[in-house]
Design a binder for this molecule. Structure first.
Ligand SMILES: NC(=O)c1ccc[n+]([C@@H]2O[C@H](COP(=O)([O-])OP(=O)(O)OC[C@H]3O[C@@H](n4cnc5c(N)ncnc54)[C@H](OP(=O)(O)O)[C@@H]3O)[C@@H](O)[C@H]2O)c1
Length: 343
């Protein structure tokens, strides 16, 4: 049974970067040890995984659907959103058994689909590989439970815990780790950097080393220091500059002013929430990362570590005591670690 839920996880992951703020969902229709249909939620506003799995069933196998088990990593939806409720599709197709990993935390669903299926005589098993399912959909769980974006603090550090040389763009990690970062960028809805990072690194904040979309980019510029020649002001993509307006004309660059600088993080989080940007990647520097850590406004830390020594430079933030290591691995010469906040 677990292997089919794992297959749902694999399929679900294919939607990363395309479905936010919806969850990542995969579905498998299985008949007598044979997968007769499978699918995933491909794009926000488009068909859900269950619909795609049913549609993938070949004409010759359609009569098997009522005798099949539907595996799905998230409870099927109960409500009319951009698409009709999947629970009704399952009942219409007369699927006899449903196995899910997570019940949907969305109050519009929250176990109601499982109840409706059981009341209609469908056998339902829930909670299979629940922790893995929650990890896969950690951004969605934050979005629903905390009603704000999932905040990932990302940084790369040398063995002696520096982010870079002072005032100098410093490559810390190798090309494979950079590709991993670009993948995480493609899965995020927005990326934020501080003023010094914008000035020293002149970042593009795109995902040119991976596939998919580049997220909304955001830079702090309270004192209006970022020059019009900076990549961040090339007006190539939607960009929020938090600071005073420039005299140049921009089409895709917006200058925003928080009510007061002291409260800019909650203000930004609120603005991102209103605009349905559900995953925020904070890429430094140290000062900005520290402000998020001190505000307790973070959900995940992605830390890349390179074996080089810098001996001096911008110190990396210390890990907060609530950080729990959940994933680690090697990528080229670098090591990556993912920490989640202990709840
Ligand atoms: N290794 C990595 O993963 C990584 C990632 C990013 C950056 N970096 C490196 O880190 C260094 C930059 O880090 P950093 O800590 O010096 O700077 P930073 O976090 O990039 O930017 C901090 C600056 O942003 C402005 N700022 C932030 N909050 C503010 C507030 N509430 N009110 C007013 N202004 C505010 C201030 O700029 P002003 O004081 O100028 O107005 C502040 O000095 C660079 O060397 C960069 O290369 C490394």
């Amino acid at each position: 049974m677990e292997q089919y839920i794992r297959r749902c996880f694999q399929l679900a992951r294919l939607g990363a970067g395309h479905v936010s703020p919806n969850p990542l969902v995969g579905a498998v229709l299985m008949h007598a040890d044979r997968i007769i249909g499978e699918g995933w939620h491909r794009r926000y506003g488009e068909a859900h995984a269950e619909v795609n799995a049913v549609q993938a069933v070949a004409g010759a196998d359609r009569h098997l659907i009522p005798h099949s088990t539907l595996f799905c990593n998230l409870e099927p939806c109960f409500h009319f959103g951009k698409t009709p409720p999947c629970v009704d599709l399952i009942l219409k197709e007369k699927v006899s058994r449903v196995v899910v990993s997570n019940t949907d935390p969305n109050p519009l669903v929250a176990g109601q689909s499982i109840q409706k299926l059981r009341a209609a005589g469908v056998e339902v098993l829930a909670g299979i590989l629940e922790a893995e399912g929650r990890y896969l959909n950690r951004a969605f769980f934050t979005w629903i439970e905390k009603k704000r974006p999932h905040i990932i603090l990302k940084w790369a550090q040398s063995t002696d815990c520096y982010l870079g040389r002072q005032g100098e763009r410093t490559a810390i990690t190798g090309p494979l780790a950079q590709r991993l970062v670009h993948r995480r960028r493609s899965e995020a809805d927005a990326i934020l950097v501080g003023t010094t990072t914008a000035l020293v690194d002149n970042p593009r904040l795109d995902n040119r080393l991976y596939f998919g979309k580049s997220p909304l980019r955001i830079a702090l510029d309270f004192a209006g220091k970022i020059p019009p020649t900076a990549h961040l002001l090339d007006d190539s993509r939607l960009t929020w500059i938090i600071g005073p307006e420039h005299s140049e004309t921009y089409r895709k660059t917006q200058f925003l002013a928080p009510p007061e600088t002291a409260g800019w993080i909650p203000w930004l989080i609120e603005k991102l929430t209103q605009e349905k940007h559900a995953i925020l990647l904070v890429e430094g520097g140290a000062n900005v990362l520290q402000q998020f850590l001190e505000a307790g406004l973070w959900d995940e830390i992605l830390r890349l570590e390179n074996p080089q020594f810098l001996h001096r430079g911008v110190p990396a933030p210390a890990l907060p005591k609530e950080a729990v290591l959940v994933e680690t691995g090697r990528i080229g010469d670098d090591c990556f670690r993912v920490f989640l906040k202990r709840v």
